[in-house]
Design a protein around this ligand. Structure first.
Ligand SMILES: *Cc1c(COP(=O)(O)O)cnc(C)c1O
Length: 428
């Protein structure tokens, strides 16, 4: 099926032809390809072009596409019904699996998306503390619920302005937006408004402005400040959870957040999110407590089966393979750029990588915006033409799966060498 025709047809019935904006390729230009089949590290589009996939459905496909065990688990679960709307064993099993990896999670609740997980975490924090205001970081993304779609205005720290039409000024005003990696900003907000702050929500490695690591001490400061002022610390580990052999950032830095948001990998490619944490906070949720939250399809048996099977396959050996491939890709991309005389920097958290067109890694949204992200569309299209599918935006993460063997990575690096050389020569 021809891509142009399909896209035109899609645009007649779907808004912008897509169900999630970044898929429309506005950042990189051109017409999005329609994917048809995924197998391991590869995707095939409707025109039968094959790509090495570095999007991984934005993170969930850590085993690669159509993993036979996941496919079997989904099909077995579906044969016993695709939804009960009543308790099922699989949700208990997945909850136990997650609890076993995150000691900060004493109780959890499954929802259908990361957006719902973060929205619920905020509601819980407000219900628990009886306070309204939250602190979030510019460039961190926690889904599209109103209070988390506040944007930073000008100035080092601001009350949020609505990040989208339709978000009321009142919803945004309770969100205080501060620069990522600036513990001083958070401290000064607490000093001014401490008694009114319900929560600090943070991506402990930021994965929605490219991949930006936390500065040493930053997360520790957040833990201390929230503790001192009686606010809830929320780690949004929707990208970082299950990306590393330690399972999440919190286990690496040894910090216990009060609440954790999970998503993506825990659903194995089906729609699942979760919020979990301290029992005294989680037990504020209905039906134990007064904070309301519900979901017709939450804890869905098919989605739970995909999650259980995916997590079950993430052994320490699996993580060793992932680390090896991702490190090989990171080093290869860096090397390819160096030999082309192009300045890039690469960040890596387990099998997730960030690529920036700048000589130094950025540490917040402002410095991300100062990189040469304008070069990214050329990288994207150059790689795509050679059979490598990267995210259609400079501010997304590169994901490597278990199916990305050394050969797959090496083919991509060889292509990157050509593409970086083209970009470099066009800059002369
Ligand atoms: C993807 C993502 C979300 C939102 O998850 P959805 O399932 O897309 O709603 C929230 N937080 C982070 C850090 C994410 O990367």
């Amino acid at each position: 099926m021809n891509t142009e025709e399909l896209y035109e047809r899609a645009c007649r019935s779907l808004v912008g032809g897509v169900d999630s904006p970044v898929r429309a390729w506005k950042f990189v230009g051109g017409i999005p390809v329609f994917m048809d089949i995924g197998n391991g590290a590869y995707l095939r589009d409707t025109e039968e072009r094959v790509y090495r996939d570095y999007v991984g459905s934005w993170g969930p496909m850590i085993l690669g596409h159509s993993d036979p065990d996941v496919v079997r688990a989904i099909s077995e679960a579906a044969s016993r019904s695709s939804s009960f709307g009543a308790p099922c064993v699989a949700e208990v099993e997945l909850a136990e699996l997650i609890k076993g990896k995150f000691s900060s999670i004493e109780r959890l609740r499954f929802v259908n998306s990361g957006t719902e997980a973060a929205m619920t975490a905020i509601r819980l924090a407000r219900g628990f503390t009886g306070r309204d205001k939250i602190i979030k970081f510019a460039g961190n993304y926690h889904g599209h619920s109103d209070s988390l779609l506040a944007a930073a205005g000008s100035g080092a720290l601001t009350f949020g302005t609505p990040g989208s039409p339709g978000v009321t000024a009142a919803a945004a005003a309770d969100t205080i937006v501060v620069p990522y990696n600036s513990a001083e900003s958070v401290e000064s907000v607490f000093n001014s408004y401490g008694a009114g702050i319900a929560a600090v929500i943070v991506e402990p490695w930021a994965g929605n402005m490219g991949l930006v690591p936390p500065l040493p001490g930053f997360l520790e400061s957040l833990r201390k400040l929230t503790k001192d002022f009686g606010a809830v610390l929320i780690f949004d580990e929707i990208i970082t959870g299950f990306r590393v052999p330690e399972f999440g950032v919190q286990n690496i830095v040894n910090i216990r957040p009060d609440l954790t948001c999970l998503g993506k990998i825990i659903g194995g490619g089906l729609p699942v999110g979760a919020v979990g944490g301290r029992a005294d906070i989680m037990d504020m949720l209905s039906p134990v407590g007064p904070v309301y939250q519900a979901g017709t399809l939450a804890g869905n048996p098919v989605a739970m089966a995909a999650g259980i099977t995916t997590l079950g396959k993430l052994s320490q050996t699996a993580y060793q393979k992932l680390e090896y491939s991702a490190a090989r890709l990171g080093a290869g991309l860096k090397q390819a750029a160096v030999s082309a005389g192009l300045d890039i920097s690469v960040s890596r958290f387990g099998s997730a990588l960030g690529l920036f067109f700048s000589s130094r890694l950025p540490l917040n949204l402002e410095s991300v915006q100062a990189t040469r992200a304008d070069l990214y569309p050329r990288f994207f299209h150059g790689m795509l033409a050679r059979g490598d599918y990267f995210a259609p935006s400079a501010f997304e993460v590169i994901f490597v799966s278990l199916a990305h063997t050394g050969d797959v990575i090496d083919a991509t690096v060889a292509n990157a060498r050509e593409v970086f050389a083209e970009i470099a020569s066009s800059l002369k």
